[in-house]
Every structure is written in C-alpha cells, then in structure tokens.
Ligand binder design. Structure first.
Ligand SMILES: Nc1ncnc2c1ncn2[C@@H]1O[C@H](COP(=O)(O)OP(=O)(O)OP(=O)(O)O)[C@@H](O)[C@H]1O
Length: 445
C-alpha cells in the first residue's frame, strides 16, 4: 500500500518537504515550553518521519569520531574533498603539518561542495557543533576519551535511489583515494640514532633524489627487486594467511661506490617508507638496541650499513651485542609489533659476513651491486647528460667497461665534469683507458 506522499508529483513533494521542515522547526519553538516532553518528542518525530518520507534525498551523517576513536571515513573525506575544492570556493582551511613540505588545504566548516561519481551528484556540507558533555552516549560514559569542545561532521546528500552505490562503492573509493593522496604527500623521513630524541631516534626529512630510474644496476635485478617490493607491500592477506610477520630482509653487497645507500633511498622514495639508519657503533648495549628497534614505526626501512664492520664495534662485556642476538630479536616477537618493515643489511665484503646472516631463509633477497656495466652506464648518461640515443663514443665505453672495474660513483664523477656531452664522453674514455693501463701495469708487476 502506497502512502499519499508517494503518489505526489516531484515539485509537490519538494514543497511538502520544505513545509514539513518549517512546520517542524516552528512547532519545536512554539511548543517547547507548553507541552509535556513526551508529547513534544512524539510530534517532532512524527514531522521528521513525514518530511523524510516525502523527500527524494538521503542524508548521511559522518561524524569526526565516535567519542573514542577518530572516524576514518571523516578523515578520508577531509583529505579527498581538499583536492576537490573549486575555484569559486569562498573559504578554505589551510594548515602545515610538522615535517611535511606542502601546505594542506581542506574544506572549511559551513561550506558546501558538490562531487560527482558514476553519474551521481553528491552534496557535501561540513558542519561543526559544540559538544555538551552528555550529548554523546559514549562520551558521557567515558570522560577520558576524546572530549573536544567542538566536533565536526559532514552531511552527505544524494538521491535515495543511490544509497547502495554510495555505501558500497563511493565511500570505500574515498577511503582508498585518500590513502593514495596521503602517500603522495608524505615526506620520507630519515631517523638516526639520537639518545636525546624520543625512543632514542632523531628525525629529519630525507630529500635524497635517488629513484629506480636514476639507479644504475642490472635491469633484470632492478625489475626483480621492484616486483618483490610490490608483492611485499600488497601482501597483507598472504602474510596473515601463512602466519608470518609482515617483514622482508634484503642484503645489499658490492664494493664501495656501487650505489647500496642510493638504492635504499630509491626504495624509500618508491614506497614512501621512512628510513631508520641503525648505526650499531652508536648502540651501547642490548637493551638500547631493543629500545631502538621498538621505536621504529610501521612502513619503514631499517638499514644496518657495513654489517661486516659493525660487530667489531665497542661492546660491553656483560651486555654484549651480537649479530645472532640482533637477528633473533628481529625475527622474534619484535617483528610482530609493526607492519610492513623492511630490514636492509649492507656490506662491501659478503665473504667476510658471519654465516648466521647468510643462512637460508635469513635474508629474503641477496642483491649484488656490481661495478658499472654498459647498461648501468647508459642509465647514468641519461641522468647526467640527458643522452637517450646511441652515441659514437658508446662502443669504446662498452669495450672498456668490460675490462675495467669502475664503480658507478666514479663514472658519475666523470660525467659531472662538463655538461657538454662531447667533452664529457671524450674525458670518460680517457679516464677508463688510464684506469685500465694502471690496473694492467699493477697486474704485470
Ligand atoms: N648504482 C648507482 N647508480 C646511480 N648512482 C650511483 C650508483 N652508485 C653510486 N652512485 C653515485 O655515487 C654516490 C655514492 O654511492 P653510494 O653511497 O650509494 O654507494 P655505496 O655502495 O653505498 O658506497 P659505500 O659502500 O661506500 O657506502 C651516490 O651518491 C651516487 O651519486
């Protein structure tokens, strides 16, 4: 059986809806002090139900918190709508988070914004309300929880017929868009051991420009590493299913100047993960080491450089740091205290490493950073000189690199001598020839 209001034409429905809202407000004002509370409440609910039945619009209320924890949809909508502000918006909210490079803009309260999604029109309004202690059932029960003086909420209005689409597609899509936007904005940070800092870590922005495009290394190794990182970060379900901590270990080995530190920076920039540079020479004892590791965040890369040298660091006899102690702690309960952690060890001498580190299953990938190959050189020539095509000097350089042992750092140094490709490549050929002559004469001694 249909109600009278359902049979009305649309313009009439709108009129009835407005009239009902007006009547509701007037009634509430007039009767507030004349009628018993129960009757007043009944009348207000009756009018509200009448107005919602005749309206073709549905309004979602998205509060900033439930009184205990922030509402993730509210936070995501704030981030997402900040990227949707139109040039005609008359007021916007701007702030600068600590340690971030960019200003963050968002919608200001009492402002409206219209968004579209799969042909739907959605109207967002940001409202704020003063909090009364007893206004929220959860807040009034637990006073120590979030009890802000003012709370905010979004009203999201759209046609009732899109209810399922909004709940099942639009809002989940906003959650994932906001995650992407946050990741793009996030400045990667470098944490270094600092006993005066919180959790023994000091922090600065890592503005290392290395990316996978600028790193000179064997293309198949680079591609395998990128694939490994992608499957690691997308592996939440897999790690859960197999009951393993969500972490990954890489051993980077190769001579000095082959790009081990640059590769760590490239990985951090690619994943937008913070880097924790754990210099074991700075760590006094096992309890400090544990405190440092516990202080590392999720989505981070913990780097222990020159692991072959670290274990010779000054050690306290009674509370000695040993490599196996470190590895046991990393593999033990600590590893389940955070998600998406990558542990990187670097060394110039893989042959000198403690076998405990090389044991199968200990480090997931061993990555060899080699002397500069011709394909590595082409990456550097592109980075430093903008050369993308073949060049007449390339044949000589390819031949020389097959015989020479030149690090990418040394080649990069030569490529920086001049910005003129002719001068620079001629100089590089000379450099490689001299180097080869020198090493042959040493060999013949
Ligand atoms: N594979 C590479 N690709 C691009 N640039 C590189 C590479 N290797 C070295 N470089 C250049 O040389 C500089 C020094 O390299 P880097 O410190 O990354 O090498 P490393 O292997 O970590 O050396 P060390 O073992 O001495 O710490 C870098 O800043 C970078 O400019």
């Amino acid at each position: 059986m249909s109600s009278i209001s359902e049979n009305l034409p649309n313009p009439c429905k709108a009129l009835v809806s407005v009239a009902a809202s007006l009547a509701l407000s007037t009634l509430a004002l007039r009767l507030a002090d004349r009628l018993p509370d129960a009757v007043e409440t009944y009348l207000i609910l009756w009018f509200r139900s009448l107005s919602s039945r005749v309206s073709s619009q549905l309004t979602l209320l998205i509060r900033d918190s439930n009184g205990l924890a922030p509402n993730q949809i509210f936070e995501a909508a704030t981030v997402y709508l900040g990227t949707k502000l139109s040039p005609s918006t008359s007021r916007i909210d701007v702030y600068k988070p600590a340690q971030e490079d960019e200003l963050v803009v968002s919608m200001d309260r009492d402002q409206e914004l219209v968004d579209t999604f799969k042909g739907m029109k959605l109207k967002w309004i940001l409202m704020s309300a003063r909090n009364r202690d007893s206004s929220h059932p959860i807040q009034s029960r637990k006073k120590s929880s979030i009890s802000k003086f003012e709370s905010q909420h979004f009203l999201l209005r759209f046609s009732k017929k899109h209810r399922d689409l909004v709940l099942e597609s639009y809002l989940p899509w906003i959650l994932s868009r906001a995650k992407e936007i946050r990741e793009q904005r996030k400045a990667v940070k470098l944490h270094t051991v600092d006993y005066n800092g919180p959790d023994y870590w000091g922090l600065i922005n890592l503005s290392h420009p290395a990316t996978f495009d600028t790193i000179a290394m064997e293309p198949n190794i680079k591609a395998a590493l990128i694939e490994d990182l992608n499957s690691f970060v997308g592996g939440r379900e897999y790690y859960k299913r197999v009951g393993r901590a969500w972490k990954r270990g890489y051993l980077l080995y190769g001579p000095p100047g082959t790009g081990k530190s640059s590769l760590v920076a490239a990985m951090a920039n690619y994943l937008k993960f913070d880097v924790y540079d754990l210099d074991l020479n700075e760590v006094q004892c096992n309890s400090d080491l544990r405190r440092l590791l516990i202080g590392t965040g999720s989505q981070s890369i913990i780097v222990i450089e020159d692991i072959d040298c670290s274990k010779e660091s000054k050690l306290l006899d009674e509370d000695k740091i040993t490599l196996s102690g470190l590895l046991n702690f990393i593999d033990g309960l600590w590893s389940s205290c955070g998600d998406q952690r990558i542990i990187v060890f670097t060394t110039n001498h893989k042959d000198r490493l403690d076998p405990v580190l090389l044991r199968p299953g200990r480090m997931d990938l061993h990555i060899h950073m080699s002397y500069c190959t011709f394909s590595g050189f082409k990456t550097l020539a592109h980075n430093y000189l903008g050369i993308t095509q073949d060049h007449p000097s390339f044949a000589d350089i390819e031949n020389l690199l097959k015989k020479d042992q030149a690090t990418p750092a040394a080649i990069a140094g030569e490529l920086m001598i001049s910005q003129d490709p002719e001068v620079t490549l001629r100089g590089l050929v000379e450099f490689l020839r001299h180097k080869l002559d020198d090493s042959e004469s040493v060999h013949n001694l």
